[in-house]
Design a binder for this molecule. Structure first.
Ligand code: ADP
Ligand code: MG
Length: 350
């Protein structure tokens, strides 16, 4: 579907390592006042007053992405998104990133230009300076590792361990779409392998595919929470699926929770596509990954401040640890939520 054009094949070796770094990073501008020195020295220099948050993600070809349907521009964008999402999950503001890549010489320079175009676009959208990185060769696939740095006021950082009994459980946006988008793309890949002339109509899945290929981090939520004067008692981003994030919050906060199936927010495309694929939409919302929405808990007295907000859905509440972690189904049965997630270290899932 996204074939490399034949006329774009400048070998990486024609630039040399330093030439390549210069070529790829020359467009980056420094905008943050906290950046003293960006790319070009042995290390970047940053200057902060308050707390600093740091987070890293490593994306590996064949494990986290498949270049047969993931255009490199989107991969670059997404690699930034997954990192800044972790910063927002701390109720913090990202300000710098570093970008490290390991790349095999089967990639032409044009492919890396595309990757950096995505990184650059995301850096603008999320308002971060690209201040460094590393570039090396790989004998197999492409690896991309991004580190994000951000700032937060010490008293407004939201950890995973702050949820208390009776707190309300809230999610932003809707869940399950990114996973279904991947299923649609996988299916098209197989159809394409059989019949390269097929022209799939992907319109009914447009939202799902966008959520998979061009996810956005919830930059708006820390700002919105501040505006609403709500400080979550705990927060996490939903990268591995709702169930696994619920378990993280509950385990670290030493609490249990009750989630109501009927409250889980789903896009209409998730519902229709689940019907078509004969999948259970709740299972997808609980166990699909990569939604990059935020899951947080708030005190019950904050209920009036968030009620009816179109960005937020209350899906349940926190209970005592001894009461466990449960889903109350539409049929009103209570079933335990177990970790399924989206763990690349397990064999049967990725
Ligand atoms: P060193 O040998 O000290 O690691 P490099 O030659 O690797 O230095 O890097 C030179 C400069 O370019 C440094 O500022 C480094 O952070 C930056 N840099 C290297 N690779 C990348 C990359 N892939 N993306 C962004 N900046 C990079
Ligand atoms: Mg280096």
């Amino acid at each position: 579907m996204f074939e490399q054009k034949d006329n774009q094949k400048t070998p990486i070796s024609s630039y040399g390592e330093f030439g390549l770094i210069d070529h790829l990073t020359k467009g980056f501008q420094i905008k943050q006042t906290t950046t003293v020195k960006g790319i070009g020295d042995d290390a970047a220099v940053l200057s902060f007053k308050g707390e600093v948050v740091v987070t890293t993600d490593l994306l590996v070809e064949g494990v986290h992405f498949d270049l047969r349907y993931m255009p490199l521009k989107h991969l670059g964008y997404k690699a930034v998104v997954v990192n800044v999402s972790d910063v927002y999950a701390m109720n913090a503001t990202p300000s710098q990133i570093t970008v490290s890549i390991a790349v095999s010489n089967r990639f032409p320079v044009e492919a890396l230009e595309e990757l950096y175009e995505g990184i650059s676009t995301a850096a603008k959208v999320y308002d971060v300076d690209v201040v460094g990185g590393d570039t090396t060769s790989s004998t197999s696939g492409l690896l991309i590792s991004i580190t994000a740095i951000g700032t937060a006021a010490a008293d407004t950082i939201t950890y995973r361990d702050g949820a208390c009994e009776n707190d309300l459980l809230v999610v932003t946006g809707d869940l399950g779409a990114a996973y279904l988008g991947l299923q649609v793309l996988e299916r098209e890949k197989q159809v394409f392998a059989v019949n390269p002339n097929s022209q799939p109509d992907l319109e009914p899945y447009s939202y799902l595919i966008e959520r998979q290929l061009k996810p956005e981090a919830r930059k708006d939520i820390p700002a919105l929470l501040k505006e609403l004067d709500v400080l979550p008692t705990s927060m996490i981003d939903i990268s591995d699926g709702l169930s696994s994030e619920l378990l993280h919050i509950c385990k670290q906060s030493k609490v249990g929770c009750t989630v109501y199936e009927e409250k889980i927010p789903l896009d209409p495309q998730v519902i229709t596509t689940c019907e078509e694929f004969n999948m259970d939409s709740t299972t997808i919302a609980l166990n699909g990954g990569e939604d990059y929405e935020l899951l947080f808990t708030v005190k019950t007295e904050d209920y009036p401040k968030i009620k009816g907000n179109p960005n937020m859905t209350i899906i349940g509440h926190i209970v005592k640890e001894t009461e466990g972690i449960h889903l109350v189904t539409r049929a009103n049965t209570k079933i335990p939520i177990i970790a399924k997630g989206w763990n690349s270290l397990t064999e049967d899932e990725d």
